[in-house]
Design a protein around this ligand. Sequence first.
Ligand SMILES: C[S@@+](CC[C@H](N)C(=O)[O-])C[C@H]1O[C@@H](n2cnc3c(N)ncnc32)[C@H](O)[C@@H]1O
Length: 228
Amino acid sequence: MSEVEYVELARVETERGDLVLRERRGEDAPSALELRANGVFVMDTVEIGSERALASAALELVAEPRVVLVGGLGLGYTMHEVLADHRVERCVVVEIESALVDWMRDGTVPHGPGVMADGRVEVVVADVAVALTEARPSSYDLVLLDVDNGPGYLVHDANAALYRDPFLATARAAVRPGGALVVWSASASPDLQAALERVFGAVEAIAHQVRLQERDEHYWLYVARVER
Ligand SMILES: C[S@@+](CC[C@H](N)C(=O)[O-])C[C@H]1O[C@@H](n2cnc3c(N)ncnc32)[C@H](O)[C@@H]1O
């Protein structure tokens, strides 16, 4: 195996800990960007299929997904997939780290400016828990949540509440009848599934195969629909 080298591109200290963007370079692999928060790996630009699938699985459920909320900008892949759908008229992206929004806009993340320039994007710098609590009922056709690694392996302890009944009920109220909430998780979570079933009724768990450190693993999407 070749040596891996890391080059730090940007770093900021936030009230939630360090947020770091770095480039990973190795002889055997093309270079990749990595985002870390609070000392924990958040995502990279290599394994992005599940971030895209979060959007595509949701978009195929709804005939007219005009207004979509994406919780967690990250490196913009879920948002990009949403914007690739011409039925979408507005994409509200809620991101807690203002620095990350800046890095996407100013080209620190090289693919960022192109994605952020779409006129349908509205960026809200906030905790998604607050943004959805303040949302009017039935504001969104789809709510897509990928703000943490899932309930089993949190980057920020405060996000635990996002996977429990009270917040899920808040999110449900923001979804229009006929729409859906989809939640990304790095591991299977029977507790999350049960909470979603209590709040929404039926829930579909979709396993998304990923290749991580030369092993086949799964990320999970939990799809909860709001009946008409
Ligand atoms: C795994 S990344 C999202 C990846 C994204 N789906 C993509 O395609 O690039 C998680 C993002 O959620 C943000 N985040 C974490 N907690 C949050 C919260 N409570 N509200 C809003 N954003 C949050 C993080 O700063 C990070 O940008």
